[in-house]
Design a protein around this ligand. Structure first.
Ligand code: FAD
Length: 441
């Protein structure tokens, strides 16, 4: 059986790595860029290792990567962000982020009574009995909650930072999605970890697995342009080939690109419910210094301006030359602008706020910059996980393809959903290969 995987990001590489373990299958990963990794693409610049998207792993002990370690024999090390060095800034006042019991006791984001209430909320989430899961959205839950304003603000802020979205979007996230997410995270003994060596540590091993099977190819700079079905086979037209024939096709691209690829086909209509999904976009501001400029904390979240700075190298020392420092600033962005002028003014203000945050806590950074990368619009999640959007199922009735990626149904958020949906699709296909007569979808 010959399988085409369209997209060489985390999801496509995961699916291909699992499938290439089976000696009866052959296949090709098509990637339109000159390199693999997609939004987890890693590159070197002046001795610094930069990621297009950050490589923080939330709840690594309960994460899909844990299964991939066992299933595929992946080898990687990770290091936990020091919880005592994670702070919130509220109107210029710094306080420990209430990430665990010790920090909750120390923080002054909450009063003593509010701390009792918040600990009760965490216990209910862990015990899976929190009412939040029964509400359509966080906003609906908060509107009827008798909690103090600070507790409500904290809930909103937690969701902002874990889902990379603005407060108004945080209120639109489904109560059930939040309850499941924090159930996992609060039960984790390792809430935020960095994979040492960045995403390349994972993507290089996935690529090696695929390369190891001579029946599999990776085709770079080879976008798939059209797919047609003839006599039960799929004919792919790519940039360099008129007609390549496959038995199965996995589409591992952002949902928007899957919709585009299938437009003008008989299947387009089935993707209609997913075509107006909105994505999550952020501004990213990476700064590399040869020497440490300042290290007052390892992560600061500015509750007022809705942005944060991670001192990535304080946790992952492999991403800098010896003695160096790598900071990453991220600002959540709203996306409803009247016109281009309003959008530009908003972005200029965000840049000014971000640079102001660096000025405040890393004075002298401007003179020390060795490497700088600013991306004003990076897509963190192809489908913002709010109640008005719909994640794309891995299979759709009437559509003969498999779908995976961070905008598809899967466990977790962000990269975890890319890994988990890639793994799920591959296991479905493998199951079908082993027991073809039992599989209907
Ligand atoms: C700034 C930023 C910070 C982030 N921080 C974190 C974090 O800390 N933790 C975390 O877990 N996640 C984080 N993420 C999210 C994470 O990077 C993504 O969830 C993940 O990389 C998505 O992988 P994917 O395979 O689903 O999609 P993609 O990476 O988009 O891969 C899809 C691939 O398909 C290719 N493609 C598209 N169309 C075609 C075609 N027609 N033919 C061939 N190829 C095609 C694309 O070129 C791309 O390589 C962050 C992302 C960003 C941008």
């Amino acid at each position: 059986m010959k399988i085409a995987i369209i997209g060489g990001g985390l999801a496509g590489l995961t699916a291909a790595a699992y499938l290439s373990e089976n000696r009866e299958l052959e296949g090709t990963v098509f990637e339109r860029s000159p390199q693999l990794g997609g939004r987890a693409f890693t590159y070197q610049k002046s001795g610094f290792t930069l990621n297009y998207g950050a490589h923080a792993i939330y709840g690594i002990d309960r994460h899909t990567l844990h299964h991939m370690e066992e299933d595929l024999g992946l080898v990687f090390e990770s290091k936990q962000v020091d919880k005592r060095k994670v702070v919130y800034a509220k109107k210029d006042h710094l306080t420990p982020a209430p990430l665990d019991f010790v920090n909750i006791m120390k923080t002054d984001v909450l009063t003593a009574m509010e701390k009792v209430r918040f600990v009760g909320e965490i216990a209910a989430i862990i015990g899976n009995v929190h009412h939040l899961k029964n509400y359509a959205t966080l906003g609906d839950y908060l509107d009827q909650s008798h909690a103090a304003g600070d507790v409500k603000e904290l809930w909103q802020h937690l969701v902002c930072s874990n889902f990379f979205i603005t407060p108004s979007d945080a209120r639109k996230v489904s109560g059930e999605v939040i309850a499941v997410y924090y159930h996992n995270l609060f039960l984790s003994s390792k809430p935020v970890n960095y994979i040492l060596g960045s995403w390349a540590t994972i993507t290089d091993q996935l690529q090696d697995k695929i390369d190891h099977n001579e029946k599999w190819n990776i085709a770079l700079k080879e976008p798939v342009e059209t797919i047609v079905m003839e006599n039960g086979k799929f004919i792919l037209k790519t940039k360099n080939h008129e007609a390549l024939v496959f038995d199965k096709v996995v589409i591992a691209t952002p949902v928007q690109q899957a919709v585009k690829l299938l437009e003008n086909t008989e299947w387009a209509v089935h993707l209609d419910p997913y075509k107006d999904n909105t994505s999550t976009e952020v501004m990213v501001y990476d700064l590399g210094f040869k020497e440490v400029v300042a290290r007052p904390f390892h992560y600061i979240s500015d509750m007022t301006n809705k942005m944060f700075i991670s001192d990535v190298s304080a946790t992952d020392y492999t991403v800098v030359p010896e003695g160096g420092q790598l900071l990453q600033g991220i600002a959540y962005l709203k996306d409803d602008f009247q016109d281009e002028e309003e959008r530009k003014a908003y972005m200029d203000k965000k840049t000014e706020n971000m640079e102001g945050l660096f000025d405040k806590y890393y004075p002298g950074w401007r003179e020390a910059v060795e490497v700088k990368r600013v991306s004003k619009k990076a897509m963190v999640s192809s489908v913002k996980n709010i109640s008005t959007n719909r994640l794309l199922p891995n299979r759709l009735p009437e559509v003969p393809f498999y779908f995976c990626g961070d905008g598809c149904v899967g466990k977790g958020e962000l990269a975890e959903r890319a890994f988990s949906s890639g793994r799920k699709v591959a296991l479905k296909l493998l199951n079908q290969l082993i027991k073809p007569e039992q599989v209907t979808s």
